[in-house]
Design a protein around this ligand. Structure first.
Ligand SMILES: NC(=O)c1ccc[n+]([C@@H]2O[C@H](COP(=O)([O-])OP(=O)(O)OC[C@H]3O[C@@H](n4cnc5c(N)ncnc54)[C@H](O)[C@@H]3O)[C@@H](O)[C@H]2O)c1
Length: 325
């Protein structure tokens, strides 16, 4: 297949591209290199990937990227609650306008598959977060970012009848962790590990709140698996991507990181922000597609610490490792 990966120079995207190349697909990337990932852009070219440096909001860039594409993996976005909250207009234009345009153009130009990167943040704050929620559970977005993802899921799945030849699939990723070529240190596991490794005092709020996690390499593998699955198994389907054993409270993450490092100064503070509290069930993707993540949070923490020790990131506190700047 010819697969277009939007956001292919991103944290998840670069590994998706690697896996799709390994599976023998021709891969094209549409990415604006929003976070200055020039190095990733070069590595894509070295890998035989056609990089179109452009914006998903730009119809001409979409047309070029989509021509001849059999499948689309749509990852490009303004990612995360803080980044969307900081510039609502931009996030609306990219996450909603860009996704609508890409979907319409993909159908018009004859793509057969459309995999959309959604998020378990759609579950928001659950009335009883101790009972895991599955894909049919009620969505309760508590941020603009999640509201946009919920709206785009509905568009993708609701309008499917108008695009009978396009097979849409939504992947609700758990919060990602682990080392990848485009590193992000603004995600909980990665951030806690970096800060405690660097002997910075860590302030944690909402330490009792539950959230699911998944390793970046496993998340990427799920995308390739969906594209390798028969269309009838994934058409119009939503899959949570993660493992039911990987629901953790922030308190648990602190214990894992300090346990690994044997040190760490942590204080717990009350703060009235980010009320997400949800425990997620991941049986569907396991039972229907045979997907089981290979990594667990302690492996990810060990891997991040090893990479920090090897100074693989230069200054790990550099703004380029964060979507919040
Ligand atoms: N990281 C997580 O924990 C997580 C969890 C759930 C869902 N997701 C979703 O997965 C996808 C990838 O996230 P990520 O963690 O790899 O983030 P990322 O920021 O590393 O990747 C996003 C990519 O999109 C590109 N991009 C941004 N705006 C663009 C635009 N207007 N046009 C073209 N390219 C643009 C960026 O340059 C970047 O390469 C996103 O859709 C995100 O919402 C991520």
């Amino acid at each position: 297949m010819v697969v277009l990966v939007t956001g292919g120079a991103g944290y998840i995207g670069r590994l998706v591209v690697r896996d799709l190349r390994t599976a023998g697909h021709e891969v094209r990337v549409l990415d604006s290199l929003l976070h200055g990932q020039e190095d990733i852009g070069r590595s894509l070219a070295d890998d035989g990937v056609d990089l179109i440096r452009g914006d998903v909001r730009d119809p001409a860039a979409r047309e070029r990227a989509l021509s001849g594409a059999d499948a689309v993996v749509h990852l490009a976005a303004i990612v995360g609650d803080p980044a969307c909250g900081r510039d609502p207009e931009l996030s609306q234009a990219v996450n909603v306008g860009g996704t609508r345009g890409l979907l319409d153009d993909a159908a018009r130009l004859g793509a057969q598959r459309f995999v959309f990167a959604s998020t378990c943040s759609n579950y928001g704050r659950m009335a009883d977060p101790t009972v895991p929620i599955d894909e049919d559970g009620e969505l309760a977005a508590v941020s603009l970012y999640a509201e946009q993802k919920v709206a785009m899921e509905r568009l993708l799945l609701g309008d499917a009848t108008q695009r009978p030849d396009l097979v849409p699939t939504c992947l609700r990723f758990a919060t990602i962790y682990g080392v990848a070529p485009r590193m992000r240190f603004d995600l909980t596991v990665n951030e806690f590990t970096r800060d405690l490794w660097a002997a910075r005092p860590l302030e944690v709020f909402g330490e009792q709140f539950w959230r699911p996690y998944v390793h970046v390499a496993d998340a990427a593998r799920a995308v390739a698996l969906v594209l390798a699955s028969p269309p009838q198994r994934v058409a119009g389907r939503v899959f949570n991507v993660g493992h039911s054993d990987e629901n953790h409270r922030k308190l648990d993450l602190v214990r894992i990181v300090t346990g690994h490092l044997g040190r760490g100064e942590v204080s717990y503070v009350a703060r009235d922000e980010d009320p997400r509290d949800y425990k997620v069930e991941f049986g569907r993707i396991r039972d229907e597609l045979g997907f089981v993540p290979e990594h667990r949070v302690p492996d990810g923490v060990a891997e991040i610490v090893a990479a920090l020790e090897q100074e693989r990131f230069g200054d790990p506190f550099s703004a380029r490792f964060s979507n919040i700047g």
